[in-house]
Ligand binder design. Sequence first.
Ligand code: ASP
Ligand code: MG
Length: 804
Amino acid sequence: MKILKFGGRSLANGKGLDTVLNIVEQKISQGEDITLVVSARGNTTDDLLEILEKAALGESYIPFLENFKEYQRAYSLDFPQEFALLEKLFEGVSLLGDYSNKIKDQILAQGEIISAKLITHLLENRKIRSVFVDSRELLISDDHFGNAQVKENISEQRTQNFFSRLPKGTVAVITGFIASTEKGETTTLGRNGSNYSAALFANFLNAEELQNFTHVNGIYTANPDWVAEAEIIRHLSYQEANELANFGATILHAKTIIPLIAKNIPLRILNTFNANDAGTLIHSQVSEEGIRSLSVLEGNALIILEGRGLLGKVGVDARIFKALAHRNISVSIISQGSSERGIGFLVSNQDAELAKTALEEEFESDFYTKDVSEVSIVKNVGVISIVGQDMATFHKPYNALIRNQVIPLLINNAVTGNNVSVVVHNHQLQKALNVIHGEIFSISKRVNLVIFGRGTVGGTLIKQLFEAKDDILTRKNISLRIVAVANSNKVLLNPKGVTENEYESFEKLSTPYTLEDLITFTKKHHLENLIAVDATASKTFIENYIQLIENGFDLVSANKIANTVSYGFYKKLRKVLKNNQKQYLYETNVGAGLPLIDTIKLLHLSGENITRIKGIFSGTLSYLFNNFSDSDVPFSEVLRTAIDNGYTEPDPREDLCGNDVGRKLLILARELDLENEFEQISVQNLIPKHLQEGTVEDFLARLNEFDDEYRKIKEQQAPNHVLRYIGDLHGDLKSTETSKLDVKLVSVPKDSALGQVKGADSIFEIYTESYGNNPIVIQGAGAGAAVTARGIFGDILRLIERGS
Ligand code: ASP
Ligand code: MG
């Protein structure tokens, strides 16, 4: 025989109840031998509790009671007896202004009785022979009203007795949740207790299986309402299920598993609304790899008792728990430092004040002697329990939490079993859950990108991200989402990731914003693993960097400003990064996508002594001088072609003045811990003096005024030499004072490394002590939107990999 237990939500009016009846009918027609255990329907138990509270407070409860009746009568069956009893009880409570747990149990029991009676009636309507069974006749309990303990021997006897007399082929529809004392008083078995009832009946009747029909597909790695990536767990051992139940998996009542273990009865968690799904099977087999799941308990308060005088004192803990037990306050997680300076533990939010008072009373004299300094409450905390987590690998989820600015208030690992519980503020609970889940299941790790700037580089990056997204998900298990795209005044947001279609309608869908708005948005949606990308050309955007870092963002930037303003800011930024354990990558600052900065960083970090860095840093100027040197045309003509092809800035003087090369050189110098300022760089300006001021139009009209000077320079070269505009970091690089930063036009042999550069390529020669006269050479396309965007993309991936 199989026991089928149906929960409240499955039995709600309409779709739920209809589906349940169909399931039962189908099983019967297939010749299955089944017994039903049912909960109260829909929200019945909560509704009864609410009416009870109203009655006790002397509020008008009658309309609510009428609603309640109407709901129960929806299938044209009346319940005069139960309704009359409820009316009488509520009236009494209303008159007294109070109620006992005994009265409460009597009231709540009606929900299950009505439910079982209705289902019996509806099955009969479908010509299924069935009988209503009031479990108070079968389950005998103690008189701990509200959470009664079933007396198993006598209950087993009664149950077996009853069933031995039950005609074959009759379906018993048993009330869950309720029992009675030996004196015949009604008791209940605790919230969600129908699961426990069902397990007991399965045990007493030697059922072959207990099927628990719920409104979810089974037990998940985490609550799927909270964690989109949660996956169903197909098999669980009793042991594992029990741990989950203890840690708040509400579909498992904490006591459910025990009666099943005794007789080795499998428990299947099924979804009424998706009955074809195999659900989760809980049985005696232990899976090899062990199961891991996250469960959550909300609504707790953390109580902290502090005092330096507690050190070495005997009996402090005993006094704490005695004082709490005295007030009937249950304590869940406890943590005490070995220094015994304080102890922290969790109680329910409702018990928090009472717990504080209890401790203040108990330790009154210790306050006087200053042995105890404070009892404080941190309300609204939640517990995430990682069931199946051993301490040896806990650093991974822990680090991920810290990276995401979730600082656990308390951590506790169970002495037996592999469980770690982490207490966090309620408002961080969902984010924390997702972070831990992503980390330990590596189903996919969500990374949330905020992209500032949608010019050529930003736009290209977004396009590349859309294209590569799926591939990165399958290959790297990383789900990259662009949750915000912003230009200087408007932003397009989507917490699930901006879609390509949305992005195409940026103008229409975007709204004005401030940085605060954006940060609030990320907090509201509990977005983890945040990366801000600065793809702007803005001189002022760096003012936002620090705020972004402090609000949990890692940074990737193609913008050189942050690294080239004062050394003071440079240092400060790095300090804030360190304090917040955040990263800042900017590989594209120099040589676009070429792996230059990373290489220099690694060399420097590994202790390799870099003695000189020299090269062609600007793609634009590389193009100009490569072509000018190779051909017989005036300088202005080459310049004109460069302008027409879009190789230069809108005002070409920004390239020709050399400052951009200067900035790149400065960034490399600072990588070597040199503290130079921009002003210390000697930069040769390529623009003739008289053209340096004035409008762009005017400048563009007078390009041929470059020609004389550059013809002379070209002619004065030694044979087989070519012109190159280079950045050169040299001198003694051990200190800022002795280092030299030069940006200048030079003439080099045609067959040298610099002389051989073609097109608009960049080249960087890194000289180090071990490599001697043979520098490490990094060469390639050092400019352009596509390679720069690709470089930013690389930084994003690098950042994610380093983070984990
Ligand atoms: N009806 C009770 C409750 O809601 C028992 C149950 O559903 O298992 O707690
Ligand atoms: Mg229920």
